[in-house]
Design a protein around this ligand. Structure first.
Ligand code: TXA
Ligand code: MG
Length: 338
């Protein structure tokens, strides 16, 4: 059931559902999340079951504001505090040392916890109303089946998780790819998952380097398992291949020439490129990728879903530029291709 997220009755209904241990589809500025009361282990177990996600993969806990962090985490390094001050509410998740006995089911057995304060007005309203009702955090992974493309509209969530789920409709997500994740438990900031915030922006705030995922050994015996960091993730059903502009242009015209006379049924190949391609008629499905990284991030997952909905078997995508503003989009496309 999809409810308008900007109505207080809808938010109240969502709080009641969460308080009784049910799940709620929640819009955020990045992607939609599948939320449960982070302190209710039974409710959290329902998230893993609904997504088909292995229970040792930790979930992000969403909070109403930065002061709620102390209810979940201890020892907040100065650079983590600076990141919160600059980027919360917003598309940034921090991995911090988890307080023992708190949100253990969300953490998937790890002694750390991922925390994020989203900026979407409906998420903010829901988190504030939850805080008033005594729920201090909402565990919420992206609201998709494990390994699949994250949802960026309420309709996507419904198609992934069914009609019964209460979903707050907050419109199309403005960021479009998942939050940047910074591990703050290793003494220096470590980038686990790129998002729309650039490394330069993060380093300016941390006042020092932000290391790559493999730069430092993890302390302790359990290394954080981040499903967003698995090689193959965020995958559409169709096989996705990245190509440079020239290879894509050549392949597209060869294929179009071969198909143009013979072609009758729906397209089986989709093309997504910044360079213009020759008109291939109805034989190939074509979409133009925006030249700007933020715009490309915003539409990426819904474009991939759309190609899937058309039943194509192959998606050929022009490789994104090498510049740092494209890190998040490049990361998602490389995973979708692997
Ligand atoms: O933008 C987002 O982050 C969205 C919205 C809903 O907030 N959420 C999201 O959740 O992408 P999910 O579960 O699909 O991805 C969260 C990532 C996973 O790769 C998970 O393994 C990692 O965060 N993560 C969570 N807690 C962690 C921890 N304690 N240590 C290491 N990685 C963690
Ligand atoms: Mg996910």
């Amino acid at each position: 059931m999809i409810l308008p997220g900007d109505r207080s009755e809808s938010v109240a209904a969502a709080v009641r559902a969460l308080a009784s241990g049910e799940l709620v589809g929640m819009p955020t500025e990045t992607v939609y999340g599948l939320a449960a009361d982070a302190s209710n282990d039974v409710a959290v177990a329902r998230i893993f079951a609904a997504k088909g996600r292995p229970s040792e993969h930790p979930l992000i806990v969403h909070v109403a504001n930065a002061s709620a962090v102390t209810q979940f985490a201890w020892h907040i390094p100065a650079f983590a505090q600076a990141l919160m001050n600059s980027f919360w509410p917003g598309p940034l998740t921090l991995i911090l040392h988890r307080l023992p006995q708190v949100a253990a089911a969300c953490a998937g057995g790890q002694d750390s916890i991922g925390l994020r304060c989203p900026s979407h007005p409906v998420a903010a309203a829901l988190l504030n109303a939850c805080a008033c009702a005594g729920i201090s955090g909402l565990a919420a992974p992206s609201a998709n089946q494990f390994g699949r493309v994250s949802p960026t509209t309420a309709a996507h969530v419904q198609s992934e998780l069914g009609e019964k789920l209460l979903i707050l409709d907050g419109g199309a997500c403005s960021v479009g790819i998942e939050s940047t994740i910074i591990d703050c438990t290793r003494g220096v900031p470590v980038l686990l998952r790129p998002g729309v915030l650039t490394r330069a922006q993060l380093e300016a705030v941390c006042n020092g380097p932000v290391l790559g995922r493999d730069a430092l050994p993890v302390q302790g015996t359990v290394s954080p398992r981040a499903s967003g960091t698995l090689e193959s993730h965020y995958a559409p059903r169709a096989k996705l291949r990245l190509m440079d502009a020239k290879a894509l242009q050549t392949a597209a015209s060869l294929l179009a020439a071969e198909l143009c006379d013979a072609h009758v049924g729906p397209a089986t190949v989709a093309l997504y490129s910044r360079v213009p391609l020759a008109d291939t008629g109805r034989a190939l499905l074509q979409r133009r990728m925006p030249d700007d990284a933020e715009a490309a991030a915003r539409e990426l997952f819904s474009v991939l879903r759309d190609f899937d909905a058309h039943g194509v078997k192959l998606i050929w995508v022009e490789s994104p530029p090498d510049s740092p503003d494209w890190d998040g989009v490049r990361d998602r496309l490389q995973r979708a291709a692997s």
